[in-house]
Design a protein around this ligand. Structure first.
Ligand code: NAD
Ligand code: ZN
Ligand code: ZN
Length: 235
């Protein structure tokens, strides 16, 4: 968390001033940008007309300032902001993965589709615990099913790149989340976040196994959507 910065100050760092609002709707509240924000909620201070609309500096998308502040307040308030239209990330996106451990090692066996290399096995372990303020039901317990969870990557150049980025994702708390499992329907439990993992080694009974020639490219895209790439200019 960024001390001393109000949500409005965080949002404004990523905005450019807009002199004349266009006759478009704000896609957060669906009201026209010519009028006030349609967002009515607690803690919505009135802002002057001159700064009621902001342009996100990198992607150029326009929103009511108050709508962006409301969106920021609904997230985990980590100092980052993601454009809801094009998903451009401002700052460093982090998640609400509970505490745990990520380990990996190479095992001397090949995955279906990768007969010419060994395999990286990642082991995630997260114990059950109590939800924090960043979780859906603060102070309530959460469960953690099926841990340790084992995941597999080919031990080739692309697989090792995915591993490096997954380590960054882990540090930014983006691999798991707390919520309702779409597989079991259980709420207040540890669930995979939006980066797919391969949890089956020699078979593909669940669809989360190999062979899958598109997997490494897909997971790199999913990591990119979380703001994680190997580009030097990464924020
Ligand atoms: P989820 O079901 O809410 O799904 C979230 C994402 O994870 C989805 O994108 C989904 O496609 C993906 N996913 C679902 N099952 C997966 C799997 N087996 N391997 C890799 N990705 C998977 O998320 P969740 O509840 O964290 O995932 C369900 C999986 O977790 C189960 O298949 C199982 O492996 C494990 N689990 C085990 C127990 C247990 O009691 N042993 C209980 C719950 C979940
Ligand atoms: Zn709006
Ligand atoms: Zn955008």
């Amino acid at each position: 968390a960024r001390k001393g910065k109000t949500p409005e100050e965080v949002v404004k760092r990523y905005l450019q001033k807009v002199r004349n609002s266009p006759e478009e709707d704000c896609t957060i509240c669906m009201e026209t940008l010519l009028g006030p924000s349609g967002y009515k909620g607690p803690g919505v201070a009135s802002v002057s007309r001159a700064e009621s609309v902001g342009r996100l500096a990198q992607c150029g998308h326009l929103y009511h300032l108050q709508c962006l502040v409301a969106m920021y307040n609904n997230g985990n308030k980590d100092g980052s902001l993601q454009c809801p239209t094009c998903k451009t990330i401002y700052g460093v996106k982090t998640g609400n993965q509970p505490p745990g451990k990520m380990e990996y090692h190479v095992i001397p066996h090949s995955l279906p589709g990768y007969s010419d290399c060994k395999t990286i096995r990642i082991i995630y372990n997260i114990p059950p615990g109590i939800q924090g303020p960043e979780h859906p039901n603060p102070r309530k317990p959460f469960t953690a099913r099926g841990f340790p969870r084992h995941c597999y990557l080919p031990d080739n150049e692309k697989g090792r790149k995915v591993l490096r980025l997954l380590l960054v994702a882990w540090d930014r708390r983006l691999i798991f989340s707390v919520g309702t499992s779409s597989t079991t329907g259980e709420s207040d439990t540890v669930i995979w976040n939006e980066v797919h993992h391969k949890t089956e080694f020699g078979s593909n009974l669940t669809g989360h196994g190999f062979p899958d020639s598109g997997y490494l490219a897909n997971v790199l895209e999913e990591l990119k959507a979380q703001g994680i790439t190997e580009d030097e200019e990464q924020q």
